[in-house]
Design a protein around this ligand. Structure first.
Ligand code: ZN
Length: 431
């Protein structure tokens, strides 16, 4: 009873807050930013420019493929959203990040030259952390513990099995997306954190110390396009773009208004300065700040990193794309490296090879194109019995294997990275 009356109070208090917020992180950022204004915010621009120059922005095809696991954590049947909605949401995410969204025609002419294909794609993971096939979707009947029986961004309880949520899959290798009844719908649509190590455009200490909370949380009615639960004020955000926005944060982007007045910025020059969010409407006359230089462009309400209605969001800018690539390369590298591996079930022969082979129990295991994670390996005999201990092989390009005691015969080197497995025949000659 006590909890129930508190909950009612909580909901009543929420009516005084802004109707709906795309994400709940800016309050935290506003507080932090007050203490950390200045040069750091603009440093990302330099880094992104340099990265774009070195790597080029206009490459064909996806540059990065990221595995996603969607954790549906529900308290009532309608929160247990169907697979079909999840598939559609992944499709929206891919369209938006490849600029294949059908509404690119709505980007205003002054922004078309800087609107960009982010070159990033997402797929539901097909291998789980234990190396087993998976749909990339988990379902948990949740029971949030805590002061109030709700999922909230303060305790991150949806991300913790011990608090009635669902533990993440390794956040460095998967983009974890939790879908739940967030704050009982009182106004936050989703939230995400920048990567650990705090990219240069974020205030210091923006990333949580706990790496297991990395990922994205989405309020269930705004997950997926045309979600039947997106009613009332949520109809303006019913095209699945809350996830696009939050993944933008996850990949290091900030709100285009810099979470402050005209003097605050997202650190990128091709998103014009703005002093406020777009307020979940489509106001094409909004122009709140003078330009930092050059022409006075309107506020870029088309940008996914503003708070406009879903129907007028349709672009990332070139510098946002360069910034996300910079973040991926420097802060979230295992995410797409693992992702590429999970496109297939086995470590490819191109990545792993052994020589000499045949040998006399001593050989070198070479790894190419993949040195970021340790692997394990052991040998089995022709009938599958393990004949050596399981060796932990540290990250690196090669490993010298030595088992001179092996008798003549055929053996199998079983290699695993925890997600994929490869079996390499080893022929041991008389010695
Ligand atoms: Zn946001």
């Amino acid at each position: 009873m006590k909890n129930k009356s508190l909950l009612v109070l909580f909901i009543a208090a929420s009516t005084f807050l802004q109707a709906q917020q795309r994400c709940g992180y800016n309050e935290v950022i506003e507080k932090l930013e007050a203490q950390n204004q200045g040069l750091a915010v603009r440093a990302i621009q330099e880094a992104a420019y340099q990265f774009a120059q070195e790597n080029g922005l206009q490459k064909s095809g996806p540059l990065y493929k990221i595995p996603v696991v969607v954790h549906v954590v529900y308290m009532s049947p309608n929160e247990n959203i169907p697979d079909s909605l999840i598939f559609q949401q992944i499709q929206v995410l891919n369209q938006d990040f490849r600029r294949l969204n059908p509404d690119t025609v709505l980007t205003r002419s002054e922004f078309k030259p800087t609107a960009a294909d982010a070159g990033i794609e997402f797929f539901l993971a097909n291998i789980d952390p234990q190396g087993n096939p998976t749909t990339g979707i988990t379902r948990t009947a949740g029971q949030p513990s805590g002061f109030l029986p709700i999922y909230d961004p303060f305790t991150d309880n949806v991300k913790k099995s011990a608090l009635g949520g669902k533990d993440p899959w390794p956040p460095s290798r998967y983009l974890n997306v939790w879908v739940c009844n967030l704050l009982n719908g009182f106004g936050v649509l989703g939230y995400a954190y920048p990567p650990a190590g705090t990219p240069p455009n974020w205030p210091a200490d923006s990333a949580p110390a706990d790496s297991t909370v990395q990922g994205v949380v989405i309020h269930f009615p705004v997950f997926g396009p045309n979600n039947p639960a997106a009613t009332g004020p949520l109809t303006s955000v019913n095209r699945g773009r809350t996830l696009t926005h939050e993944v933008g944060h996850f990949l290091g982007l900030r709100h285009i208004w810099g979470d402050g007045g005209c003097a605050e910025d997202d650190g990128l020059a091709d998103t014009p300065p703005s002093d406020s969010d777009a307020g979940q409407v489509c106001d094409f006359t909004k122009n709140t700040c003078p330009p930092l230089s050059g022409a006075d462009l309107p506020d870029q309400i088309e940008n996914y990193m503003d708070y406009a209605a879903d129907s007028c969001m349709n672009m990332f800018s070139q510098q946002q794309v360069a910034a996300m690539h910079f973040i991926l390369e420097n802060y979230r590298k295992p995410l797409y490296e693992s992702g590429n591996q999970m496109d297939v079930n086995a470590l490819s022969p191109a990545e792993l090879n052994v020589f000499p082979n045949p040998n006399q129990g001593r050989f070198r295991l070479h790894r190419s194109g993949w040195t970021g994670e340790p692997i394990t390996a052991h040998l089995t005999n022709a009938i599958g019995q393990r004949v050596t201990e399981i060796k932990s092989i540290p990250a690196g390009t090669h490993f010298d294997w030595s088992t001179p005691q092996l008798p003549e015969g055929i053996f199998w080197l079983q290699v695993s990275n925890g997600m994929r497995h490869q079996t390499i025949p080893i022929v041991v000659q008389p010695h």
